[in-house]
Ligand binder design. Structure first.
Ligand code: ZN
Length: 170
């Protein structure tokens, strides 16, 4: 397994719409394993392939406290169950150190393929439902800052640009 580099906002590559996976083969499984390692190393609860500059519809997640429940979502889609939304404070490995409340559907039904290419369905609520919607957005080139006012988004963009300058200078 190998750790992958995570793209950071406002990198334009994060705006790429990912393409569907045609067959879940060893190459896709290696990507999944590398993404899980990268996510755990960064102490995240979700990572989309878009964030590691691979523009295919692959997501990994683990919302457990002890990294014991890795979830693999290949070609995921979801439908809201009910129309109730709740705001939850959200972060993103591509926008480190910034958090904001984003309203998401309370409950969703997820459909995806697992690491063996087997289709599955999952009813999710709470943090998991929130995470599914956040990661799905990545595959569409959407970031949580897009839900904020342009004023707030610009403020985060400036801070991130400053961070990247400092990193280059270090
Ligand atoms: Zn994210």
């Amino acid at each position: 397994m190998a750790k992958l580099a995570i793209l950071e906002f406002p990198d334009e590559r994060l705006r790429t719409k990912a393409k569907a996976v045609q067959s879940v083969d060893d190459e896709v499984r290696k990507l999944v394993d590398d993404m899980l390692e990268t996510m755990y190393d960064a102490q995240g609860i979700g990572l989309a392939a878009t964030q590691v500059d691979v523009h295919r519809r692959v997501v990994v997640m683990d919302v457990s406290d002890d990294n014991s429940q890795p979830l693999v979502l290949i070609n995921p889609s979801y439908t809201p169950i009910g129309d109730e939304k709740e705001p939850l404070s959200e972060g993103c490995l591509s926008i480190p150190e910034h958090y904001a409340e984003v309203p998401r559907y309370l409950k969703v039904e997820l459909k995806a393929l697992d690491r063996n290419g087997e289709p599955y369905t999952l009813e999710a609520d709470g943090l998991l439902a929130h995470c599914i919607q956040h990661e799905y957005d990545h595959l569409e080139g959407v970031l949580f800052v897009d839900y904020l006012s342009s004023l707030k988004r610009d403020r985060i963009r400036k801070k991130m640009e400053k961070r990247h300058k400092q990193m280059q200078g270090a």
